[in-house]
Design a protein. Structure first.
Length: 201
């Protein structure tokens, strides 16, 4: 497990970490948190957590209530954890979500330009390994790298540029789920298993 060096109470797990995904509560430093999950349909919807729900049909969550733990499950998509004085957020960002502007949706709904936000980019499929078709150049212009006739999508750079353009402080763990065997990868053949990322308030 890796703890964010930028955001307090933000964590990224790998294959070696145990996580009871069906649990209703989780304890950190003797404090119990309500576990909040998403269905993650690879879209751009971001939901605000309300007291009576623990599962949301979305790819993004926001909460400003203490005692909530927001979770993301991934195996090549990008887990993004966010913190500001307004609250905390969690985003599941694959290429479909990024193309559909899920980052823009989150920050337009729950953060203002005057708010100082911090963002942590977790393990995901990176430009070294994430091969895509040439048509991706149409909607990720400048973020598709061509090597030996093959095309690779740089989701990391896309997110970093978004942060820099919006004056968001960020960190990137620098881990590729495809080439690092400590992580589950859908491209690597892990069709069912996932690692979890979470942040709590």
């Amino acid at each position: 497990m890796i703890k964010s060096s930028l955001i307090d109470q933000a964590y990224f797990t790998n294959k070696k970490d145990s996580w009871e995904k069906n649990g209703a509560a989780y304890s950190i430093d003797n404090k119990k948190y309500k576990v909040i999950r998403m269905s993650q349909p690879h879209g751009n919807k971001v939901k605000k957590v309300v007291s009576y729900k623990t599962m949301y049909k979305s790819d993004g969550l926001f909460t400003n209530k203490s005692g909530n733990l927001l979770t993301i499950k991934t195996a090549d998509c990008v887990p993004i954890l966010i913190s500001s004085k307004n609250g905390i957020g969690a985003i599941h960002a694959g290429w479909r979500g990024l193309r559909a502007k899920i980052l823009e949706n989150y920050f337009s709904l729950y953060e203002s330009k005057s708010t100082s936000s911090s963002l942590a980019i977790g393990p995901h499929a990176r430009v070294c390994c994430y091969q895509v078709s040439k048509e991706f150049e149409k909607f990720f212009h400048g973020y598709v790298v061509t090597k030996h006739g093959r095309h690779f999508l740089d989701m990391t750079k896309y997110i970093e540029d978004f942060c820099e353009n919006n004056k968001i402080i960020y960190e990137d763990l620098g881990i590729c789920t495809i080439c690092d065997k400590d992580y589950f990868s859908f491209r690597g053949g892990d069709n069912e298993k996932r690692q979890y990322s979470y942040i709590c308030l």
